[in-house]
Write a protein that binds this ligand. Structure first.
Ligand code: SAM
Length: 281
């Protein structure tokens, strides 16, 4: 393995104060920086006094550029990858490059920093013990709703990135598929002047955004609370009697299954009740 390295360098998602000292140091030291949009990144480099050459590496040329970067690394050069904002590869180019560089036997080193999804999750008030990142949903129509339908049953928190201008459509789709009562959090313009984090039901957030168009502008992370099983339905005295009668002739499991079939109640709840009856509770 050669000594050449590929650094994956996170850059700010709005506030330049989030650029880490290590990111600046690495970007100054490498031989070349692969950037999603070189004109955009040039401004960042100028701000931090970094004059390392930039080469483009974006969705449309990544495969070609990855081959070129591996060649440069074989020649002993050290390379950094940055994207327009935040952590490269997170809904940004870089996966193909990292795979190729690793397969070629080089080390890939993270220089961690801002990531809009993680920042949003950390302030959302939604459970964080398990979560799922969807990235961007299909831009519109049936494809988008279909994907939301698949996510609707996830029991963990999940979240998406949304481009500016489409936030109201996304809320409409969330309301239509998940219902207006599902709890969500909206993180807008994180680390920027108009940073706002709102949490509430889909219906509440829709009203809040409708009543203030300024809240519809900017970059968004939308987080959705996971699906929760509905509260246990009450077992009525009539159903209790039905279960009691069946228990005279059947084992608890069988009796509970029949009553569950007939009533739509949970088999487990009926089993527990049947067990209590058998034990004379
Ligand atoms: N790689 C980036 C990261 O680490 O977060 C994400 C890049 S992705 C192309 C851009 C999307 O990230 C935006 O459309 C928005 O959904 C989200 N995003 C980026 N910056 C944001 C910010 N400051 N506030 C809220 N969302 C942001």
């Amino acid at each position: 393995m050669s000594d050449s390295l590929l650094y994956i360098v996170s850059t700010p998602i709005g506030n330049l104060g989030d650029m880490t000292p290590r990111a600046i140091e690495v970007l100054r030291q490498v031989d070349v920086i692969a950037a999603e949009d070189t004109r955009h990144s040039k401004r960042l480099m100028n701000h931090f006094g970094i004059d390392t050459p930039l080469v483009p590496c974006h969705d449309h040329n990544e495969r070609h550029q990855a081959g070129m970067i591996v060649q440069r690394m074989k020649a002993g050069e050290t390379v950094a990858l940055i994207s327009d904002a935040g952590t490269p590869l997170i809904s940004d180019p870089g996966f193909y490059l990292v795979r190729l560089v690793r397969d070629a036997g080089f080390r890939v080193v993270p220089i961690p920093g801002a990531c809009a999804f993680v920042a949003a999750l950390s302030v959302s008030g939604l459970p964080t013990d398990r979560f799922y990142f969807e990235g961007f949903l299909p831009a519109k129509g049936a494809g988008r709703r279909k994907r939301i339908e698949a996510l609707a049953v996830f029991s963990s928190t999940w979240g998406v990135y949304e481009s500016p201008h489409r936030i109201m459509e996304l809320l409409d789709d969330l309301g239509a598929v998940l219902g207006g009562d599902r709890y969500i959090a909206l993180a807008r313009e994180i680390t920027k002047t108009f940073e706002t984090v709102m949490a509430g039901t889909v219906a509440e957030i829709q009203v809040a955004l409708q009543s203030d168009v300024n809240q519809q502008r900017g970059e968004f992370v939308v987080l959705v609370e996971g699906y929760k099983e509905p509260e246990h339905a009450e077992i009525s005295p009539e159903i209790e009697k039905m279960l009691q009668r069946l228990l005279q002739d059947l084992p608890i499991k069988k009796a509970a299954a029949i009553v569950a079939d007939l009533t739509g109640l949970r088999k487990k709840d009926l089993y527990d009740l049947g067990l209590g009856m058998k034990n004379g509770e």
